[in-house]
Write a protein that binds this ligand. Structure first.
Ligand SMILES: N[C@@H](CCC(=O)N[C@@H](CS)C(=O)NCC(=O)O)C(=O)O
Length: 123
């Protein structure tokens, strides 16, 4: 199973971290993003967005870190990582959605917390 990867990428790191935790072996293929390799046909044919990570499992190609995490957990992680019941699955997707865009989410949470009376001291 091949992961088209960028060492410095947080989205790629999520996938590498989970694979390590769940003992899933990945063949890591470094993509030379600094020289534009992610916009070349080798990558764009797999992901028209020209973004990393991309997972290739045989003929199966996935192009988003959240979907790759769900796939790895469901296909290889076992029940410890991907429960059988919809409630547990939905809770996992809920956290993946929150983590998908951490900076805007964090800004919104901070704004809401500030609006709660007495929660934070006013400067
Ligand atoms: N939603 C995607 C975002 C992927 C993404 O933004 N990847 C960055 C590296 S962290 C990238 O490839 N950027 C290059 C570009 O957008 O041209 C995911 O979660 O995998």
């Amino acid at each position: 199973m091949k992961l088209h990867d960028l060492d410095a990428s947080g989205n790629c790191y999520k996938v590498r971290l989970f694979a390590a935790l769940a003992n899933i072996e990945l063949d890591i293929e470094a993509v030379d993003m600094a020289n534009g390799a992610h916009k070349q046909p080798t990558i764009v044919d797999l992901n028209p967005l020209g973004q990393l990570p991309i997972l290739q499992d045989g003929k199966h190609v996935l192009r988003d870190s959240q979907s790759i995490l769900v796939y790895l957990a469901g296909a290889y992680g076992g029940l410890a990582w991907w429960p059988a019941h919809p409630q547990g699955q939905a809770e996992i997707v809920q956290w993946l959605a929150s983590a998908a865009n951490p900076v805007p989410h964090l800004a919104r949470w901070m704004q809401r917390i500030e609006e709660l009376p007495g929660y934070l001291p006013k400067p």
